[in-house]
Structures are given as structure tokens and as C-alpha cells.
Write a protein that binds this ligand. Structure first.
Ligand code: NAD
Length: 430
């Protein structure tokens, strides 16, 4: 690896999902020796066969270059013992009340401690990469490790992840910033070595501030979207083009043009769950989260605006064939977690309509949620004889659609992502 100043490190990543697999593979590409650990045997054997269990642009090639060389995957925690750095990148899904479920974090920390008790060859830095409520690294992960290990035999750091699915590899190599939540000099040097080779500002904070940075960033981005949707809903009533409005608004450098896209609302594994978790912990701290709750409420209502517009064309949706284009929560991923197409399909089914779905990558995943819905292999097939069409995901291929719409029975085309280039599509907010 690169230089004497920054030698290659032994790194173990606990959790081989979207974040763990991308981070592990990219760290291997930076020259480190990486082991990815996951409890899911199917995922591990896929990774070891150089087949990514998820779809992410560029991941397959990178994985092929490194697997079996300086990258491997395992269901065992043994590599933790040789690790200079151990990342925890397991899921933190929402509990029914919206708070973050930390059971995977706890279990990962316990497994790490048990392995280090058995055998330890180095002083490891344990890095929490998962998105966790403020205080988790200091008050939960640290104490679990400290309850089994001698003091001074490890150190904890919080290093939030900012990658966007669909652009995750590029985001890894060109981050806007790297946040290192630790005050320990030695840990900081090791973490700088982990990321040496990347050209990005490094912000050093306490671990709790690092945790809060991640939640706050996601909550702010979600707020921009819900704000744009509320303005968009108003613009639609006033017959004003919200995209023109937001273009003018975004030219103000204090606002920036990003994340002002009105449409069907935000989905994904992060924004909805992280805003909910922040709202729950805010309430628990005695600060009533008025704004965060409004952000969530706007987002819940937004996909159903598409149904409302559809019903203006077809007051009775019974047996109407509705092409649903896009199932992933955003383009360039197969991830359907909290996708806005889920409430839309559920509502169509509720109204006895016939959703006919197509997504370039996410069809298989959606079959687990809606096993009895029709799935097609192309947009053209989904559009054939459709009474109407709802565009739910900003897949670039949808912007090319044109004569495919000619196969529809009626030309009712509702674009939830402002992606279509045909002149007669109607927007949710425009
Ligand atoms: P994921 O569900 O895709 O992956 C989590 C993985 O952890 C799964 O493969 C699971 O089998 C594994 N796992 C669970 N418990 C384990 C254990 N005890 N030992 C080993 N493996 C275990 O989740 P993800 O999308 O990669 O997200 C991981 C974390 O990163 C979350 O906290 C999330 O909020 C955060 N994050 C995600 C994104 C994103 O875009 N997906 C971006 C930034 C931050």
C-alpha cells in the first residue's frame, strides 16, 4: 500500500449490506486488507464468488478485482482478532415507535468483544459507521466492549457514512467530508490512515457530535424535499411551475439548487427512519419536534397525491390497468426500502385497480412485498393497454420513453419525478 507513512491496515467490516460491502470493497481498493463479516451466509458466499448481493453501479468490477486477494468475506468474527480497525456497519432499522433498533449494534459489539477476549493480537480501533442515536458509541458500544475487555485495549470512534445508494462508489472516493468522532490522537492517526488517498476535508468531533451530524444532515435534506413538496402542491393549485420556481430559489447560494425537487416524496432506508428516530429522541429529550413531524407528515401524504390526480381522470379505479414505472426508492439501485411506490401500489390494490409494474433492477425485491402483482420486463410491456401510468422512480431510461406511451389505452401519464420528456405528462406538483 501507498507509503511508509500510511501502511496498509487490517480492516474488518461487520455487516456486508449496502454500506459494509461498498465501504469494504472501496477500502480494499485503497490498498487495505479487508474482511467483511455478515451473519447472512447467502450474502457471504455471493460476495466470495464476486457476485454483489445488491446492485450498485461499478461495484461488481471493483469486487472482482479484489475478492480472493486483499478482500474476503466470512460469517465468522475471527478476523476481528487481527484487525487494526473494526467497522460496525450493521443495520439500525426502525422500531415500531420510530426509534432506532440497536439490537444489531449490540450484538455486533458483543461478538467483537467475545472474539477479542478469545484472541487479540493488536490494539484495535472500533468504529461505529452505522447511523445511531447520539450517545450510542459512548454509552452503549463502549460499555459493551469495556465490560469484557481490559481498559486501554481498544478505542472507539464514530465515523458516520454519507454515501448515496446508486452513486455509492463515487461518493466513497470523492466524499464532501470525512467526519471522525474521536478525541484520541492515536485513534485519529489510524483513521486518517484508513482514508489516506482520499482528498476530502476531515472534521474531527466528539463521538456524540458525529452521531448528531449524520442525523441532522439527513433531517435537513428530508426537510428540503418536504418543503419543496409543500410549495409544489401550492404551485399546482396556482398553476405555477414549481421547477421554474425552485430553479430561481436554488440560485441563491445560501439555499443551493440541490434537493429542491418536488414530486412523490422521499423513500429509502435512511431519510424516513432517521427523521423518525430523531423526532422520537427529540420528544424523549423534552423538545417537541414540530418541524421534523411536519417533514414526515408531508412525505406520507405526497405519494397519495398521485392517486388523487389519477382519480381526477378515473373516479373509479376498479379494474383499471395502471402501469407503475419504477419500484426502487431512487434510480440506480435495487433497494425498495420505504420506496414511495409501496404506498402507491397498496392504494391501487385497495381500490381494486390492476398495477402493472416495471423497474430495471428492483422487480425481484418488490415481489417479496407484493407477490401477486404483475411484473413486466420492460416499460413498453407495462405500458401496453394501460389506462394510466405513474412514474415513481427517476431512472434515466424513463426520460427516453416516447413511442412506448403509444401502446397505452388512454394517455394519462403522471410523472412523480419530473423525468419524462414528453410534452403531455402531468406532474404531482406541476
Ligand atoms: P443493510 O441492511 O443493507 O446491511 C446490514 C447488514 O448487517 C445485513 O447484511 C445484516 O445481515 C448484517 N448484520 C446484522 N447483524 C449482524 C451481526 N451481528 N454481525 C454481522 N452482520 C450483521 O443496511 P445498510 O443499508 O448497509 O445500512 C447499515 C447502516 O448504515 C445503517 O445504520 C444505515 O442507517 C447506515 N447508512 C446507510 C446508508 C445507505 O444508503 N444504505 C447510507 C448511510 C448510512
Amino acid at each position: 500500500k501507498k507509503s511508509d507513512k500510511y501502511p496498509a491496515l487490517h480492516i474488518t467490516i461487520i455487516g456486508g449490506g449496502y454500506v459494509g460491502l461498498v465501504t469494504g470493497t472501496c477500502l480494499a481498493h485503497l490498498g487495505h486488507d479487508v474482511t467483511i463479516v455478515d451473519i447472512d451466509e447467502t450474502k457471504i458466499s455471493a460476495i466470495n464468488s464476486a457476485v454483489p448481493p445488491i446492485y450498485e453501479n461499478g461495484l461488481s468490477e471493483l469486487l472482482k478485482n479484489h475478492i480472493g486477494k486483499n478482500l474476503r468475506a466470512s460469517t465468522e468474527y475471527t478476523s476481528v482478532s487481527e484487525g487494526d480497525v473494526i467497522f460496525i456497519a450493521v443495520g439500525t432499522p426502525p422500531n415500531p415507535d420510530g426509534s432506532a433498533n440497536l439490537s444489531y449494534i449490540r450484538s455486533a459489539a458483543e461478538n467483537i468483544a467475545n472474539q477479542l477476549v478469545k484472541q487479540r493480537t493488536s490494539y484495535p480501533v472500533i468504529v461505529v459507521k452505522s447511523t445511531v442515536p447520539p450517545g450510542t458509541t459512548q454509552n452503549i458500544v463502549g460499555p459493551i466492549l469495556a465490560s469484557k475487555l481490559p481498559k486501554q485495549s481498544f478505542d472507539c470512534c464514530m465515523n458516520p457514512e454519507f454515501l448515496r445508494e446508486g452513486r455509492a462508489i463515487d461518493d466513497f472516493f470523492h466524499p464532501d467530508r470525512i467526519v471522525l468522532g474521536t478525541t484520541d490522537e492515536q485513534t485519529l492517526n489510524i483513521m486518517k490512515n484508513v482514508y489516506s488517498g482520499l482528498d476530502a476535508p476531515v472534521l474531527t468531533t466528539g463521538s456524540t457530535a458525529a452521531e448528531m451530524i449524520k442525523y441532522t444532515a439527513n433531517a435537513f435534506l428530508a426537510t428540503k424535499i418536504s418543503f419543496s413538496n409543500e410549495i409544489g402542491n401550492l404551485c399546482k393549485q396556482l398553476d405555477v411551475d414549481v421547477y421554474e420556481v425552485m430553479k430561481g430559489v436554488g440560485l441563491d447560494h445560501r439555499i443551493s439548487p440541490h434537493f429542491l425537487n418536488a414530486g412523490a416524496g422521499f423513500g429509502g432506508s435512511c431519510f424516513p427512519k432517521d427523521v423518525s428516530a430523531l423526532a422520537v429522541l427529540s420528544e424523549a429529550a423534552g423538545v417537541h419536534p414540530i418541524l421534523l413531524q411536519a417533514v414526515l407528515a408531508v412525505n406520507e401524504a405526497q405519494p397519495l397525491q398521485m392517486i388523487r390526480i389519477l382519480e381526477r381522470h378515473f373516479p373509479d379505479l376498479k379494474e383499471k390497468r395502471i402501469a407503475v414505472l419504477g419500484l426502487a426508492f431512487k434510480d440506480n439501485t435495487d433497494d425498495i426500502r420505504e420506496s414511495r411506490s409501496i404506498p402507491v401500489i397498496a392504494s391501487l390494490l385497495d381500490k381494486n385497480a390492476v398495477p402493472v409494474c416495471y423497474d430495471p433492477m428492483a422487480g425481484e425485491n418488490m415481489k417479496h412485498v407484493f407477490p401477486n402483482v404483475l411484473y413486466c420486463n420492460s416499460a413498453k410491456e407495462a405500458l401496453k393497454n394501460a389506462d394510466a401510468c405513474l412514474v415513481m422512480t427517476e431512472w434515466p431510461e424513463f426520460s427516453q420513453l416516447n413511442e412506448e406511451f403509444d401502446g397505452m389505452k388512454f394517455r394519462v401519464i403522471i410523472d412523480g419525478r419530473h423525468i419524462l420528456t414528453i410534452p403531455d405528462a402531468e406532474g404531482v406538483c406541476w
